[in-house]
Design a protein around this ligand. Sequence first.
Ligand code: DC
Length: 230
Amino acid sequence: MSSSPSRLVIAIDGPAASGKSSVARALGRALGFAYVNTGAMYRAATWLVLHHRVDPHDEAAVAGTLEAAEIRCGLDWRHHSTVLMDGVDPEPFLRDAAINDNVSAVSTVARVREILVRAQRAFAEEHDLVMEGRDIGSAVFPRTPYKFYIDASPEIRAQRRAAQGEGDSVATRDKIDSTRRTSPLVIAEDAHVIDSSRLTIEGVVGEIIGRLRLKGFPLPKTIPLGREER
Ligand code: DC
Protein backbone atom coordinates (compact mmCIF):
# COMPACT_ATOMS: atom_id res chain seq x y z
CA MET A 1 0.00 0.00 0.00
CA SER A 2 1.52 3.32 -1.08
CA SER A 3 2.18 6.41 1.03
CA SER A 4 0.87 8.50 -1.93
CA PRO A 5 -2.85 8.68 -1.25
CA SER A 6 -5.29 8.10 -4.13
CA ARG A 7 -7.69 10.53 -2.44
CA LEU A 8 -7.32 13.82 -0.56
CA VAL A 9 -5.80 13.34 2.90
CA ILE A 10 -5.61 15.98 5.63
CA ALA A 11 -3.12 14.87 8.29
CA ILE A 12 -3.61 16.10 11.86
CA ASP A 13 -0.94 15.20 14.38
CA GLY A 14 -0.23 16.29 17.92
CA PRO A 15 0.33 15.14 21.50
CA ALA A 16 -2.31 13.68 23.83
CA ALA A 17 -5.17 16.03 24.80
CA SER A 18 -4.09 18.73 22.34
CA GLY A 19 -7.65 18.89 21.01
CA LYS A 20 -6.79 17.20 17.73
CA SER A 21 -9.59 14.59 17.87
CA SER A 22 -12.35 17.16 18.31
CA VAL A 23 -10.80 19.31 15.60
CA ALA A 24 -10.33 16.41 13.17
CA ARG A 25 -13.91 15.20 13.70
CA ALA A 26 -15.35 18.67 13.18
CA LEU A 27 -13.19 19.24 10.10
CA GLY A 28 -14.20 15.89 8.58
CA ARG A 29 -17.84 16.76 9.10
CA ALA A 30 -17.42 20.27 7.67
CA LEU A 31 -15.76 18.95 4.52
CA GLY A 32 -17.84 15.76 4.17
CA PHE A 33 -14.65 13.69 4.54
CA ALA A 34 -14.25 10.44 6.48
CA TYR A 35 -12.62 10.80 9.91
CA VAL A 36 -9.97 8.25 10.86
CA ASN A 37 -8.82 8.08 14.48
CA THR A 38 -5.53 6.17 14.39
CA GLY A 39 -5.11 6.43 18.17
CA ALA A 40 -8.23 4.25 18.44
CA MET A 41 -6.52 1.68 16.20
CA TYR A 42 -3.47 1.52 18.53
CA ARG A 43 -5.87 1.36 21.49
CA ALA A 44 -7.76 -1.53 19.85
CA ALA A 45 -4.45 -3.35 19.31
CA THR A 46 -3.66 -2.81 23.00
CA TRP A 47 -7.10 -4.14 23.97
CA LEU A 48 -6.39 -7.31 21.95
CA VAL A 49 -2.99 -7.79 23.60
CA LEU A 50 -4.47 -7.41 27.10
CA HIS A 51 -7.47 -9.56 26.17
CA HIS A 52 -5.04 -12.39 25.31
CA ARG A 53 -3.12 -11.73 28.54
CA VAL A 54 0.04 -11.00 26.59
CA ASP A 55 2.71 -8.85 28.27
CA PRO A 56 2.56 -5.47 26.43
CA HIS A 57 6.34 -5.13 26.90
CA ASP A 58 7.11 -8.47 25.21
CA GLU A 59 7.64 -7.18 21.66
CA ALA A 60 7.71 -10.58 19.95
CA ALA A 61 4.54 -11.75 21.69
CA VAL A 62 2.76 -8.47 20.92
CA ALA A 63 3.79 -8.69 17.25
CA GLY A 64 2.63 -12.33 17.09
CA THR A 65 -0.75 -11.45 18.62
CA LEU A 66 -1.39 -8.77 16.01
CA GLU A 67 -0.15 -10.96 13.16
CA ALA A 68 -2.57 -13.72 14.14
CA ALA A 69 -5.56 -11.39 14.47
CA GLU A 70 -8.21 -10.65 11.89
CA ILE A 71 -8.31 -6.86 11.85
CA ARG A 72 -11.19 -5.27 10.00
CA CYS A 73 -11.35 -1.51 9.57
CA GLY A 74 -14.33 0.39 8.26
CA LEU A 75 -16.52 3.47 8.64
CA ASP A 76 -19.75 3.91 10.62
CA TRP A 77 -22.84 5.89 9.58
CA ARG A 78 -21.09 9.16 10.55
CA HIS A 79 -18.10 8.24 8.38
CA HIS A 80 -15.98 7.73 11.50
CA SER A 81 -13.42 4.92 11.46
CA THR A 82 -14.20 1.65 13.22
CA VAL A 83 -12.02 -1.36 13.97
CA LEU A 84 -12.99 -4.95 14.69
CA MET A 85 -10.47 -7.29 16.32
CA ASP A 86 -11.29 -10.93 15.58
CA GLY A 87 -14.90 -9.87 15.06
CA VAL A 88 -15.14 -7.92 18.35
CA ASP A 89 -15.66 -4.16 18.54
CA PRO A 90 -13.53 -3.06 21.53
CA GLU A 91 -14.79 0.55 21.37
CA PRO A 92 -16.38 0.60 24.89
CA PHE A 93 -13.01 -0.32 26.45
CA LEU A 94 -10.67 1.95 24.52
CA ARG A 95 -10.42 4.67 27.21
CA ASP A 96 -9.97 2.22 30.12
CA ALA A 97 -7.06 2.92 32.47
CA ALA A 98 -5.35 -0.35 31.46
CA ILE A 99 -5.37 0.77 27.82
CA ASN A 100 -4.12 4.27 28.68
CA ASP A 101 -1.29 2.72 30.67
CA ASN A 102 -0.15 0.27 27.99
CA VAL A 103 -0.95 1.82 24.63
CA SER A 104 2.41 3.60 24.30
CA ALA A 105 4.30 0.32 24.87
CA VAL A 106 2.25 -1.54 22.25
CA SER A 107 2.64 1.40 19.82
CA THR A 108 6.44 1.19 19.98
CA VAL A 109 6.45 -2.29 18.39
CA ALA A 110 7.52 -1.83 14.76
CA ARG A 111 5.47 -4.77 13.47
CA VAL A 112 2.32 -3.36 15.10
CA ARG A 113 2.92 -0.06 13.32
CA GLU A 114 3.51 -1.83 10.00
CA ILE A 115 0.20 -3.70 10.27
CA LEU A 116 -1.82 -0.66 11.34
CA VAL A 117 -0.19 1.76 8.87
CA ARG A 118 -1.13 -0.58 6.04
CA ALA A 119 -4.76 -0.46 7.23
CA GLN A 120 -4.57 3.34 7.57
CA ARG A 121 -3.30 3.74 4.01
CA ALA A 122 -6.06 1.47 2.73
CA PHE A 123 -8.67 4.03 3.88
CA ALA A 124 -7.24 6.52 1.37
CA GLU A 125 -7.78 4.12 -1.53
CA GLU A 126 -11.52 4.77 -1.32
CA HIS A 127 -12.23 7.87 0.74
CA ASP A 128 -11.16 11.49 1.14
CA LEU A 129 -9.93 11.64 4.73
CA VAL A 130 -9.14 13.64 7.77
CA MET A 131 -6.75 11.34 9.66
CA GLU A 132 -5.44 12.12 13.12
CA GLY A 133 -2.57 10.60 15.07
CA ARG A 134 1.09 11.06 15.89
CA ASP A 135 2.86 10.16 12.62
CA ILE A 136 0.30 10.82 9.89
CA GLY A 137 2.14 13.72 8.23
CA SER A 138 5.61 12.36 8.96
CA ALA A 139 5.25 8.63 8.16
CA VAL A 140 1.80 7.45 7.03
CA PHE A 141 1.14 10.07 4.33
CA PRO A 142 4.37 12.08 4.07
CA ARG A 143 3.39 13.21 0.55
CA THR A 144 0.11 14.86 1.40
CA PRO A 145 0.50 18.66 1.14
CA TYR A 146 -2.13 19.16 3.88
CA LYS A 147 -0.45 18.66 7.24
CA PHE A 148 -1.30 20.20 10.58
CA TYR A 149 0.25 19.82 14.01
CA ILE A 150 -2.03 20.81 16.89
CA ASP A 151 -0.37 21.63 20.19
CA ALA A 152 -1.42 23.11 23.54
CA SER A 153 0.43 23.97 26.73
CA PRO A 154 1.01 21.09 29.20
CA GLU A 155 -1.30 22.81 31.75
CA ILE A 156 -4.17 23.14 29.28
CA ARG A 157 -3.72 19.55 28.13
CA ALA A 158 -3.82 18.25 31.70
CA GLN A 159 -6.98 20.33 32.33
CA ARG A 160 -8.65 18.97 29.19
CA ARG A 161 -7.82 15.42 30.18
CA ALA A 162 -9.26 15.95 33.66
CA ALA A 163 -12.42 17.48 32.13
CA GLN A 164 -12.80 14.28 30.06
CA GLY A 165 -12.83 12.40 33.37
CA GLU A 166 -9.49 10.75 32.70
CA GLY A 167 -6.55 10.85 35.04
CA ASP A 168 -3.82 9.29 32.91
CA SER A 169 -0.46 11.02 32.74
CA VAL A 170 -0.35 12.55 29.29
CA ALA A 171 3.20 13.69 30.03
CA THR A 172 4.41 10.09 30.47
CA ARG A 173 2.65 8.95 27.31
CA ASP A 174 4.02 11.94 25.34
CA LYS A 175 7.54 11.11 26.48
CA ILE A 176 7.32 7.50 25.27
CA ASP A 177 5.53 8.53 22.04
CA SER A 178 8.16 11.19 21.25
CA THR A 179 11.26 9.13 22.02
CA ARG A 180 10.41 5.74 20.49
CA ARG A 181 12.55 4.47 17.61
CA THR A 182 9.80 3.84 15.04
CA SER A 183 7.79 6.83 13.81
CA PRO A 184 8.00 8.98 16.95
CA LEU A 185 5.74 11.97 17.47
CA VAL A 186 7.53 14.72 15.53
CA ILE A 187 6.41 17.87 13.77
CA ALA A 188 6.61 17.13 10.03
CA GLU A 189 8.86 19.72 8.35
CA ASP A 190 6.06 21.07 6.18
CA ALA A 191 3.30 20.93 8.82
CA HIS A 192 1.39 24.05 9.83
CA VAL A 193 1.59 24.28 13.63
CA ILE A 194 -1.41 25.59 15.59
CA ASP A 195 -1.32 26.27 19.33
CA SER A 196 -4.88 25.50 20.45
CA SER A 197 -4.36 26.63 24.08
CA ARG A 198 -6.50 29.75 23.69
CA LEU A 199 -8.65 28.68 20.75
CA THR A 200 -12.04 27.00 20.53
CA ILE A 201 -12.50 23.92 18.33
CA GLU A 202 -14.26 26.12 15.78
CA GLY A 203 -11.34 28.57 15.95
CA VAL A 204 -8.81 25.85 15.12
CA VAL A 205 -11.01 24.42 12.35
CA GLY A 206 -11.37 27.94 10.93
CA GLU A 207 -7.59 28.39 10.93
CA ILE A 208 -7.13 25.05 9.15
CA ILE A 209 -9.72 25.93 6.52
CA GLY A 210 -8.04 29.30 5.94
CA ARG A 211 -4.72 27.55 5.45
CA LEU A 212 -6.25 24.95 3.11
CA ARG A 213 -7.73 27.78 1.04
CA LEU A 214 -4.29 29.40 0.72
CA LYS A 215 -2.87 26.06 -0.48
CA GLY A 216 -5.49 25.75 -3.22
CA PHE A 217 -7.35 22.89 -1.56
CA PRO A 218 -10.68 22.21 -3.35
CA LEU A 219 -13.03 23.51 -0.62
CA PRO A 220 -16.81 23.16 -0.96
CA LYS A 221 -18.76 26.41 -1.60
CA THR A 222 -20.49 26.31 1.79
CA ILE A 223 -18.86 24.79 4.85
CA PRO A 224 -21.09 23.91 7.83
CA LEU A 225 -19.02 24.86 10.88
CA GLY A 226 -21.48 23.78 13.60
CA ARG A 227 -20.51 21.72 16.60
CA GLU A 228 -19.99 18.00 16.11
CA GLU A 229 -22.63 15.78 17.70
CA ARG A 230 -21.13 13.15 20.00
O1 DC B 1 -4.63 9.76 20.22
P1 DC B 1 -4.66 8.79 21.42
O2 DC B 1 -4.31 9.45 22.71
O3 DC B 1 -5.94 8.03 21.47
O4 DC B 1 -3.50 7.74 21.07
C1 DC B 1 -3.22 6.67 21.94
C2 DC B 1 -1.79 6.22 21.77
O5 DC B 1 -1.64 5.59 20.49
C3 DC B 1 -0.73 7.29 21.85
O6 DC B 1 -0.27 7.47 23.16
C4 DC B 1 0.36 6.76 20.95
C5 DC B 1 -0.35 5.84 19.98
N1 DC B 1 -0.47 6.40 18.63
C6 DC B 1 0.60 6.23 17.79
O7 DC B 1 1.63 5.71 18.21
N2 DC B 1 0.52 6.63 16.51
C7 DC B 1 -0.60 7.20 16.04
N3 DC B 1 -0.67 7.56 14.75
C8 DC B 1 -1.71 7.38 16.89
C9 DC B 1 -1.61 6.99 18.21
